[in-house]
Design a protein. Structure first.
Length: 405
């Protein structure tokens, strides 16, 4: 009879520990829904067996059309938005850009039109605007949102105002997930999108918002994009700004800063579409115009990693950290460049710096776990899983799968 060697006791213990954590993760409750300020939603969880028509009926009244007008009262473009709190609607920034007056039209019953008092928050880089709407609180039911990243192939649907056809529904699947540093996750979906869908909520099949649609021009079919809701939850509300004030915010910037910002935005648009060569050209031009912006160097490093130019990426990330030493994103991305260059000890040091600067950054612990696995330190990888579990159970499940390989 052939005798098989007995596995070392430490390996057995680690495997059992990882298996036990996987079991606990699988039995854990799904992540709680969040509102735009990160608070838990009081909306009851929905059964996963709801049909698409049932889901649409339940969430549609929280979606609105966004209508914009110039100073003469002439209509400009229209878009879509949805309630994140009573009296507060999120939409795309480009929907309201250049508007003098904005209204929303609700989709409940026959629908009604309400004036928008102004913007509570704007995020130009993420193309987001949080609007203050003057309407009775009972007519603005917030939608539950989840920051959990959907799986590729997962079914999704959206509701919007394409070509002013209010309340139109389309469905599809998640075809890819991409990342844009300092912005968040980009969800690519096959759900049909047209002009007017900008600002539409993208739903999972539990009726939770997983992203906000932004219409981008592409040369392919069924390549439609939404920004994950994490950026929405990070919007910081301030005093209400009129739309004239929104338009005048950047007029005091110097000419080089304005030009650098335009090139930077072009790079972000290219990253949305996964065009890293084009994005790098934009970001390098932006860096020449304004070399003091750390985010530009982070984006340059990210593009160079995607091109396999890891040593150049390391230099770009170090430049960013010289400008902003406490950038968790910078430390984390520097760790990625070291990781892909096979310099795992330096990657671990950078990921630790990211976790030190931002202790609740789940990605740093996940990356640490993977880096420890690369050098064969399963005990250290399992320790990262224990730190990650209370921060991001979904991401921890992915790390545990790697631990069990």
């Amino acid at each position: 009879m052939r005798m098989f060697p007995r596995p070392p006791a430490l390996v057995l213990c680690l495997a059992l520990a990882a298996s036990a954590q996987v079991a606990r993760a699988q039995n854990s409750q799904p992540p709680s829904d969040t509102l735009a300020d990160g608070r838990n939603s009081t909306a009851p969880s929905s059964p996963t067996t709801e049909s698409l028509p049932d889901l649409v009926r339940r969430v549609k009244t929280s979606v609105v059309s966004v209508l914009t007008y110039d100073a003469k009262g002439e209509p400009l473009i229209s878009g879509t938005g949805f309630f994140v709190r009573a009296g507060e609607v999120v939409t795309n920034m480009h929907v309201i850009k250049g508007a003098h007056r904005v209204e929303i039209h609700t989709l409940d019953g026959k629908g009604r039109t309400f004036p928008v008092a102004g913007a509570l928050a704007v995020d130009d880089e993420a193309d987001l605007a949080l609007l203050k709407v003057e309407l009775p609180a009972e007519r603005s039911k917030p939608l539950p949102m989840t920051t959990s990243i959907p799986d590729e192939g997962e079914k999704v649907f959206l509701i919007g105002n394409p070509l002013r056809l209010e309340g139109s529904v389309s469905d599809g699947i998640v075809s890819a997930i991409r990342e844009v540093p300092d912005l968040g996750r980009i969800i690519q979906t096959t759900a049909p999108v047209s002009h007017g869908n900008s600002g539409s909520p993208l739903f999972n099949m539990r009726g939770q918002v997983i992203g906000i649609v932004t219409v981008k021009v592409t040369n392919g079919q069924n390549i439609n994009l939404a920004l994950g809701v994490s950026r929405i939850t990070g919007l910081k509300r301030g005093d209400v700004m009129t739309f004239d004030q929104v338009a005048s915010r950047n007029r005091s910037a110097t000419q080089p800063e304005v030009l650098a910002e335009l090139w930077y935005r072009g790079g972000i648009d290219s990253l949305w579409l996964g065009n890293y060569d084009s994005a790098l050209s934009y970001f390098e031009t932006a860096a020449n115009r304004n070399p003091r912006r750390p985010e530009t160097w982070i984006q340059i490093g990210f593009c160079k990693v995607k091109q396999g130019r890891n040593e150049e990426a390391i230099r770009a990330y170090k430049r960013a950290l010289q400008l902003k030493p406490n950038s968790a994103e910078g430390h984390n991305k520097l760790g990625d460049a070291y990781f892909y260059a096979g310099r795992f000890d330096e990657a671990i040091a950078s990921y630790k710096d990211a976790a030190r600067v931002q202790p609740d950054q789940a990605e740093a612990y996940y990356n640490l776990g993977l880096a420890y696995l690369e050098i064969g330190d399963r005990a250290a990888a399992l320790a990262q899983s224990k730190l990650l579990e209370p921060i991001d159970p979904d991401l921890n499940r992915k790390l545990l799968v790697e631990l069990q390989r």
